[in-house]
Structures are given as C-alpha cells and as structure tokens.
Design a protein around this ligand. Structure first.
Ligand code: SAJ
Length: 415
C-alpha cells in the first residue's frame, strides 16, 4: 500500500492491551503488514502461542484472520514509517493529573529507530495539552523537527468493551494533527477498516473532545445515581421515572448503578479536575456521587439484613467482580470498592462470585456458581452479566438486592 507520506510497508502498534490489540488485528485483517509490540513478555508469548489475553466478543475470529495475514507480536520496536501508540495513561490519585510516563517512554523508543518522515499517532487518551507539554519537547530535544521529520497525530479511540469490534468498524473517530494534509493522510489510514466518518481537527481539540465525551457520560450517570438516592428516601421507582422522562424528545438519562468503574469513565474526568480545579465543580461533584455508590449499596445490604434479621455477613453473596457486564476487566470495579468499604466496616466474610474472573483476586471468592449460591441467603447483583440473566430461576429462594435492575422478581430489592 502506498500512502502520501511514503510507502506504508508496516504499522508498528505499541501496546497490545484492550485498545492496541483489537486495533492491530483490524489493520492486519485489512491487509496491512502489522507488528504489535508490548514490553510485557507474557502478553507477547501468550499471543504468539495463539492465546488471547482478554475476552471480547468476536476477538477470537479477528485474531485468527490477523494471524493468517501474518501479524507479528514482539517485545521489540520496528523501523517503519507509521507508529500507533496505545499504552496506558494512568493518573496520579493525589494530584489528579495524567501520568505520561508510558507514552514518553514509547515515543523515546520510537525516536531511537525511526527515520525522517515518520508518522507517530497517539491513540491513548490524554488530558488536553499533554502532547504540547510532554511529547513535542521530547521529540524536539532529540533534534527532530515536528512537521518535517516527525508528523504527530492524536487519534483517540472510542470503542466500548463488550462491543469493540463492531465499534471499531462503525464508530466515527477523531484525528487531530498540526496540518490538514497529514490529517487527511491519517484519515485515509483509518479508512482501511473504519467505515464511519473520520473528523480531522487540531491536536488540542482531539485531546479535549475525547475527555469531554467520557466526562459527559460520567456526569449523566451521576445524575441518575443522585435520582436513585432521592427516590430511595421516598420510595419512588427511579427506573420507572427515568423510563418516563426519557420519552421526552430532549431527555436522555442513563441508568443508576452500584458505581462507575473501568479505566476510562472513572479516570478521564479527573484529568479536567486536576488541570482546572477552580472550574470543575460539576465534574468533581459527579465523580464524588459516582464514587459514593458502593457505600450506598453497603447501606442497602444492611437494610435487607436488618429487615430479615440476618446478622451473619457471610450469608451475603456478591455477584460480579468486573467493572461492567460481559467483560473480564476488573479495573476500578465498583465491587472491589464495595469490598474495601466492607473491610473498613469490619464486615468480613462476604462471599463473591464472577463467571468472568477465573483467578482468585479476593477472599471468599467462589469458582462454582452453585456452591456459591448454596452458601448464601442474600444475593447482591453488582454486574448484569448475561450469565445471571440466564440463571434467574436459581435465585427464587434468595433475597436479591439488584443494583442493575435486571431481576424480574417482584420481591427483589433495588438500589
Ligand atoms: N454505567 C452506569 N450506568 C449507565 C452506563 C454505565 O452506571 O447507564 C457504568 C458501568 O456499569 C461501568 C461504567 O459506568 O461501571 C463505565 O462503563 P461504560 O459502559 O459506560 O463505558 P466504558 O468505560 O466501558 O467505555 C467508555 C465509553 N465512553 C463513552 O461511552 C462516552 C467508550 O466509548 C470509550 O471508548 C471508553 O470509555 C474509553 O476507552 O475511553
């Protein structure tokens, strides 16, 4: 394939996690030569042995197609004309600021081997201004001229775990660059698999719009969670109220739940709070409301125990350890936060089960659903996996606290 910045003979994708891997597979499936690089040997070995490192609908088939198209996985960086960086961007919980260490390190490794004319695309989510503040100086310090030797682009991903492959194909995406010419070229690159609109803008707008999208969702969920608390005090049905309100053509309230987890929505708003502390009262309050939900669930567990005179916490079973349904990712999971709160209140001994989590990560975690059910009287649904929806009949003789509003029994307790 020929691109206008030269002959594209290969893309080197740096970081083979939740974003980098599916993206690498999509490019490989489209016929481009792809090398996937990750510093973690275990990840690379596992992929080379044909084993995926996380579960995702449709990923197996995509992986097989990419492998038959010759995708390579390695711990090394490769000399090529196009790099896509998809490494983690954690945030510092004290300063609420983004920690750019992994991106800087990836950029430096690329600069050691790349030639003039290289296009360097950052897909990792970054706070607005990160590329100006950390990435440009790093490139210039090494003697490269941006816009001549290195072309920079920010193309934040938008895919949602659980529906990644479909969204890679069909979600519109954003490409931020310094000039429209490179923007159009990067757009053409993504057109190899992306069927939707690709909007070209400047780098700062691309950075900001990505963070804004996730912050918008966090604020909307916080509104739903606040409504859930209001409705609880006066025994109103929050789900019915949201359902009716959403019939209004200009209202679209999301669903309340046990908290907001994952590495995106529960993290990105903090970037704005960290960088604009005096201007983010709404965003900070939303974060606090969502973070308060595991404690609200704990209060509801106590209500159910009190009503049924159950004193022994080991009769309580928590269903779901992942941050949301039908994924195996437990990062920032509301259940882990709930278990922490329980520990703080000396409520040890609660039982836990999640069909997606195959390793033991907490105390009293069961690997078999029926054994788990046999031990408990109160079941707390924290995650709405299809598995629990398909096994509702096994819950008939349990007290169910359903924080996801999926349980069909009339007697179930809600948030
Ligand atoms: N949640 C609710 N109520 C809702 C929806 C979600 O409580 O109505 C909770 C979920 O249970 C979960 C958390 O919010 O704990 C986040 O889940 P999610 O499904 O809303 O989003 P993520 O974090 O899996 O993916 C988000 C997506 N962003 C938006 O929808 C704006 C995705 O498109 C992004 O690509 C992704 O973040 C990312 O990587 O930034």
């Amino acid at each position: 394939m020929i691109t206008n910045w030269g002959e594209l003979y290969m893309i080197n994708i740096i970081g083979l996690g939740y974003i980098g891997l599916p993206t690498a597979l999509m490019f490989a499936k489209s016929g481009i030569e792809v090398v996937g690089t990750d510093i973690n040997k275990n990840v690379v070995n596992s992929l080379n042995e044909g084993n995926l490192t996380f579960e995702e609908k449709g990923l197996d088939e995509l992986f097989n197609e990419a492998v038959s198209n010759g995708i390579e996985f390695t711990t090394e960086y490769r000399k090529t004309d196009t790099y896509i960086i998809a490494v983690p961007t954690p945030y510092d919980k004290k300063s609420n600021k983004l920690d750019p260490t992994y991106i800087i390190s990836a950029v430096n490794s690329i600069l050691e081997i790349c030639e003039k004319g290289t296009v360097l695309i950052i897909e990792s989510t970054v706070s607005p201004g990160t590329i100006d503040m950390y990435i440009r100086p790093e490139i210039e310090r090494k003697g490269f001229v941006i816009g001549e030797d290195i072309h920079l682009a920010h193309a934040p991903e938008r895919i949602i775990p659980g529906n990644m492959i479909n969204e890679l194909l069909r979600n519109s995406r954003t490409v931020g660059t310094d000039n429209d010419e490179i923007g159009q070229k990067v757009k053409e690159l993504y057109r190899n698999y992306c069927e939707a609109e690709v909007v070209v803008t400047d780098i700062r707008s691309a950075e900001m719009s990505k963070v804004v999208e996730n912050t918008y969702r966090d604020v909307n969920i916080a509104f739903a969670n606040e409504l859930a608390k209001i409705c609880r005090t006066d025994n109103m049905d929050v789900y019915e109220i949201i359902r009716i309100a959403n019939k209004h053509p200009r209202v679209n309230i999301l669903q309340p739940g046990p908290g907001v987890g994952g590495h995106c929505i529960s993290v990105d708003p903090w970037f704005l709070v960290g960088d604009y502390p005096d201007l983010t009262r709404l965003i900070l309050t939303a974060r606090k409301i969502n973070n308060s939900m595991p404690s609200h669930v704990l209060g509801r567990i106590r209500d159910v125990m009190r009503e049924h005179k159950i004193k022994d916490i080991s009769k309580v079973g928590i269903y779901g350890l992942t941050y949301k349904e039908n994924v195996d990712d437990t990062r920032e999971s509301p259940t882990l936060q709930l278990l922490e709160r329980m520990d703080e209140h000396l409520a040890f001994g609660v039982k836990v089960f999640d069909p997606f989590v195959k390793q033991r990560i907490v105390d009293h975690q069961f690997m078999n659903f029926e054994d788990f059910l046999n031990e408990i009287e109160i079941l707390v649904i924290m995650v709405g996996h299809d598995h629990i929806k398909e096994n509702m009949d096994l819950l008939q003789n349990k007290l169910v606290l359903d924080t996801k509003n999926i349980c069909v029994f009339e007697k179930s307790y809600k948030l």
